[in-house]
Design a binder for this molecule. Structure first.
Ligand code: PMP
Length: 439
């Protein structure tokens, strides 16, 4: 008995050792896991997670079908690790046009499992223990844990809202960096800055002046730029998406991240890419070859054909990259009117398919709990999906822990949805508003 006791003791002692790696500390929570589950359980209308509920374009799905059963059985096998040759070739051609410089498809382009894996590879390849990485708040939430997993320290700088004085609706352009505050975040420890333009969740499209300011600081402090441009084609009102890599001195220090999921309304395909100078991409390839190694061949083949079509139709009215923003702008305007009509004041986005709205006028339905650990907007969004069947994402999800309570009166809606979905959302909001006024 004694012997077996001491055996179980030593087994317990062994098992009390943490099983997880230290780099996972504090990054186990993920807002999407929680809110996707809530939406699946309760929502009648889901304007939460960012994906279209309308079909991907026919030319793309037909390309997939052809790749699947068109007779080239080798498309069912491995292809080149860093990207299926037809895809890297057409991406290089496309980005040559956009950036006005020659690109080598084999060294300046790499294909990834969505933009998510592209981001992961870049952080792992370029950020070292002790490095600081500047992140502009609000930000696509995965940047923070990815920097931490690479051993780096995120340093946050906020976009600050300047409410319009004339009683007009706020625009995402009213959220701006304070130049002195931004400059104060750069030091010899700064390795990189993450730029996301057009920005998720606000829909802000950074102007040439704003990008110029960031570029100047990057050059001055020898800092890299991880430029997440997954919404590059989704800009409205004649605005132009300006590519950081096209600014003076920035090509050599920028990795551009893109997503076929966002570009072609096919988020489930998970095809993404990194474009940049070989001096950076060779290290990004090292991470890729030692982790994922290879992405699904058929999806890459179909995306390549999608880009070949878009290259041919570049700038023409039939181009999907011209048509999609046109359609989405109408959806944006529709949702803006719908939200404004019920007093959930929208911030008009200049780009992306997201819209942030102010919930202050609805707060009486979901009273605040003083000293609660949970940001108010998060409780509000949970209450809304459970009680009204409408799913949205709290804005605090896009802030670091320390700043989550700075802006907690907002929720984010995705408007890449069928007309019927947006109408159903409007019906819920109208009914809710009526109940409020009659009670
Ligand atoms: N970056 C941003 C800013 C995003 O919004 C998303 C998706 N929501 C991604 C990257 C990830 O893109 P993908 O689905 O291609 O992995």
């Amino acid at each position: 008995l004694k012997a077996s006791n001491s055996l179980s003791h030593s087994l317990q002692a062994k098992m009390s050792r943490p099983v997880q790696a230290r780099r996972l500390e504090g990054i186990d929570k993920n807002i999407w896991v929680e809110f996707v589950k809530l939406a699946a359980t309760y929502s009648k209308v889901n304007l939460g997670q960012g994906f279209p509920d309308f079909p991907a374009p026919d030319f793309l799905t037909e390309a997939f079908s052809r790749a699947l059963s068109g007779g080239n059985h080798m498309l069912h096998q491995y292809t080149r690790a860093f990207g299926h040759p037809p895809l890297v070739k057409v991406l290089a051609q496309f980005f040559e046009k956009l950036l006005g410089r020659d690109l080598d498809p084999m060294t300046n382009v790499m294909v990834t499992v969505g933009a998510y894996q592209a981001l992961f590879c870049c952080f792992q390849a370029l950020v070292d223990e002790g490095d600081e990485v500047i992140i502009i708040e609000p930000f696509f939430d995965c940047y923070e844990p990815m920097v931490k997993m690479a051993g780096g320290t995120p340093v946050f700088v906020p976009l600050r809202p300047n409410p319009p004085k004339d009683g007009k609706l706020m625009s995402s352009a009213d959220w701006q960096l304070d130049p002195a505050e931004l400059a104060s975040k750069f030091s010899e420890r700064t390795k990189a800055i993450v730029l996301n333009s057009p920005n998720n969740p606000l829909g802000k499209v950074f102007s040439r002046e704003e990008l110029g300011l960031i570029a100047e600081l990057c050059v001055k402090h020898d800092v890299l730029c991880i430029s997440d441009e997954v919404y590059e084609w989704l800009v409205y009102d004649g605005k132009q998406h300006i590519r950081m890599a096209s600014l003076q001195g920035m090509w050599d220090r920028t990795v551009i991240i893109g997503s076929a999921g966002k570009t072609f309304s096919a988020t489930g395909w998970k095809v993404g890419w990194v474009v940049g100078p070989d001096r950076l991409l060779k290290h990004v390839r090292t991470v890729h070859q030692n982790s994922v190694y290879h992405c699904a061949t058929i999806a890459q083949e179909a995306v390549a054909q999608g880009f070949q079509r878009e290259l041919m139709l570049y700038g023409k009215p039939e181009s999907y990259f011209v048509q999609l923003p046109k359609e989405l702008q109408q959806k944006r305007d529709w949702l803006v009117r719908s939200l404004d009509g019920v007093g959930m004041k929208p911030i008009i986005p200049e780009g992306t398919y997201f819209l942030v709205a102010d919930i202050s006028q609805f707060k009486s339905d979901v009273p605040d709990v003083p000293n609660s650990d949970e940001p108010y907007d998060q409780r509000f969004a949970k209450w809304m999906v459970k009680n009204k069947g409408l799913a949205a994402i709290p804005l605090s999800a896009f802030y670091s822990e320390a700043h989550k309570n700075n802006y907690n009166n907002f929720i984010r809606f995705c408007f890449a949805k069928e007309e019927a979905t947006l109408k159903a959302a409007n019906d819920i909001l109208q009914k809710w508003k009526q109940e409020k006024t009659s009670s």
